[in-house]
Write a protein that binds this ligand. Structure first.
Ligand SMILES: C[S@@+](CC[C@H](N)C(=O)[O-])C[C@H]1O[C@@H](n2cnc3c(N)ncnc32)[C@H](O)[C@@H]1O
Ligand code: SF4
Length: 327
């Protein structure tokens, strides 16, 4: 059975982002408040067996790509075991990971062996002091994690940089040089008003059109494509292998082609990053639902997907943090 997940707006859903924890060992100021401890008790989280079963139902209905995210997915104990179990589900074509890289020195090889091929790493600054101000973390650890990812042969390695005016917008060119040097892909992201933290950070919002114009004045940017590139508009820097993706949910939203839904650690499916439409799977999983009824529930949940986010019209509406939904 394939292609059974089509929403009321005719969009085929074939991509699931799975937030395996809402906790994180960093505190990026635009994402999580410093005193955040995790809204959910771990007992409420779905077990690996429950996650495997639920993700299996999505795959049976046509999902082909799964990304592990969070919070910080590497803080969930045994993540390589979950990755291995998901990678073995017939029908899944692509398993990837979004991480802050803090734990990659320890886990990169196990995750690669488990079947994760592609990896996205958050990196907003290459200056240790500034990195600490933004994330409360240690830049050296993250850089060591990135090099471990390179050694473990993840391909591509994509760097996610949230570009913020007066915070790190003067560093885009440095990130470009860094990505050329290491053969990484660069993805520039606009700040989104998700949770109080995200909303406060939008005072630093910058339209990536401005950054693109700045880069065009310095580099020859050719139209680029990126397999599995998602919502980013890619360009290629002439004379290099570097691709730069612009993720512009605010200045140029891409809802019309949205193909994804987000599942949280407690079994809640969010149908849109910028809306509250959701469906709870945990009660069903824990009341002995049959495989067929579980697939029916997944199909029903997809009918709840809203047409588009309303970040601009209703910037105050999302109280959950990005780390809860899974970025
Ligand atoms: C929530 S994190 C989860 C995975 C992992 N911890 C990481 O940082 O890559 C996923 C992505 O969301 C981005 N993000 C978090 N809050 C954001 C916000 N308010 N606006 C734009 N991007 C945000 C992060 O920069 C990161 O690239
Ligand atoms: S963006 Fe990622 S690393 Fe930063 S606080 Fe959020 S979940 Fe943690």
């Amino acid at each position: 059975m394939t292609g059974l997940l089509t929403d009321p707006y005719g969009r085929r859903v074939d991509y699931l982002r799975l937030s395996v924890t809402d906790r994180c060992d960093l505190r990026c100021f635009y994402c999580l408040p410093t005193d955040y401890r995790g809204a959910d008790e771990p007992e409420e989280w779905l077990s690996f067996a429950e996650l495997e079963r639920l993700v299996g139902a999505f795959i049976a209905l046509g999902v082909r790509r799964v990304r592990l995210t969070g919070g910080e997915p590497l803080t969930r104990k045994g993540l390589p075991d979950l990755a291995g179990a998901l990678a073995r589900i017939p029908g899944l074509l692509d398993l990837s990971l979004s991480t802050n890289a803090v734990g990659l020195v320890r886990h990169a090889h196990a995750l690669r062996s488990a079947g994760i091929r592609r990896i996205n790493v958050s990196l907003d600054s290459l200056r240790a002091e500034r990195f600490k101000r933004i994330t409360h973390g240690n830049l050296d650890k993250v850089l060591a994690g990135l090099m471990a990812a390179k050694t473990a042969d993840f391909a591509p390695v994509k760097i996610n940089m949230v570009v913020m005016k007066g915070i790190n917008d003067d560093e885009v060119e440095d990130l470009v040089a860094f990505c050329i040097e290491h053969d990484f892909t660069l993805r520039l992201i606009e700040t989104m008003p998700v949770g109080d933290t995200g909303r406060n950070a939008t005072s630093h919002y910058i339209d990536l059109g401005e950054i693109r114009a700045r880069l065009e004045a310095q580099f020859d940017l050719l139209p680029g494509v990126m397999p599995g590139g998602g919502p980013a508009h890619y360009v290629q820097v002439a004379g290099t292998n570097l691709r730069i993706g612009f993720i512009t949910p605010i200045s140029q939203h891409f809802c019309a082609t949205c193909n994804r839904v987000r599942l949280t650690a407690d079994g809640t499916l969010y149908l849109c990053l910028g809306q509250d439409h959701r469906f709870e799977f945990r009660p069903l999983l824990r009341s002995g639902i049959s495989d067929q009824d579980l697939q029916d529930a997944v199909q029903h949940a997809i009918t709840l997907k809203p047409e588009r986010h309303e970040f601009i019209e209703q910037p105050g509406q999302l109280v959950r943090f990005m780390a809860q939904t899974g970025g």
